[in-house]
Design a protein around this ligand. Structure first.
Ligand code: PRP
Ligand code: URA
Length: 208
């Protein structure tokens, strides 16, 4: 079964509180999401494969490690966009495959409106980026899409999850590790995470 990592890092928990606060304006929200993403990805990338390399220092040779895997990020639009810059700061060589899903407001089912995936070979390790794992529908649909196009190892990096979303993602994809800042209590009747932070896309982009 997959790993579920929930951060206990004080910096993550501090910024999570900033993100939850309804008075936090979009610029501060985006900055806090950026910082939390850096810290969550620190955990999510801890087992990336490496190989030994020898490099010449100005004085002699030194043995070091180099990353030994192709990595890709799949941010789910819109809210996952706020995690991309942090991801590329840590792994500038990674590919980015944007996936467009929105939740139908009535059925809460994910609706795909954009996928660039075709016949390309995806990187060996793909990280789905989306701050919110609510019903889990969007995350499951994104992982389905990546696996349909050949992804072999997928991890989910989020911010907040409801227990319902974790259960749904684990049931559909027991091999997908999940990295989070917190697991909240439940969902309301409209599929919003409680206590949550509201609509992560609107909070970032000022569209509430
Ligand atoms: C939000 C969020 C997730 C999804 C989570 O996107 O960013 O993608 O909801 O909900 P789920 O787990 O129930 O599928 P939303 O549909 O609001 O689209 P947006 O980011 O474009 O606003
Ligand atoms: N999507 C969000 O942006 N927030 C929620 O609480 C649930 C889904």
């Amino acid at each position: 079964m997959s790993e579920i990592f929930v951060s206990t890092h004080p910096l993550v928990l501090h910024d999570l509180t900033v993100l939850r606060n309804r008075v936090t304006p979009p610029p501060a929200f985006r900055a806090a999401l950026h910082r939390v993403t850096l810290l969550l990805l620190h955990a999510a990338t801890a087992d990336l494969p490496t190989r030994k390399v020898i490099v010449p220092t100005p004085l002699e040779s030194a043995e070091g490690l180099a990353l030994d895997a192709a990595v890709g990020f799949a941010p789910i639009l819109r809210a996952g966009l706020g995690m991309v810059e942090a991801a590329l700061t840590l792994l500038p060589q990674a590919q980015v495959w944007h996936l467009g899903f929105y939740r139908d407001e009535v059925t809460l089912q994910p609706v795909k409106y954009y996928s660039p995936l075709g016949r390309q070979t995806l990187p060996e390790i793909m990280f789905v980026l989306d701050p919110m794992l609510a019903t889990g529908g969007s995350a499951v649909a994104a992982v389905n899409e990546l696996k349909k196009h050949g992804a072999r190892r997928v991890k989910f990096v989020g911010l907040l999850a409801a227990p319902e979303g974790i259960a749904r993602l684990r049931e559909a994809h027991p091999d997908v590790d999940i990295f989070l800042a917190a697991v909240d209590r439940t969902l309301n009747a409209k599929g919003y995470i409680l206590p949550g932070l509201g609509d992560a896309g609107d909070r970032q982009f000022g569209t509430a």
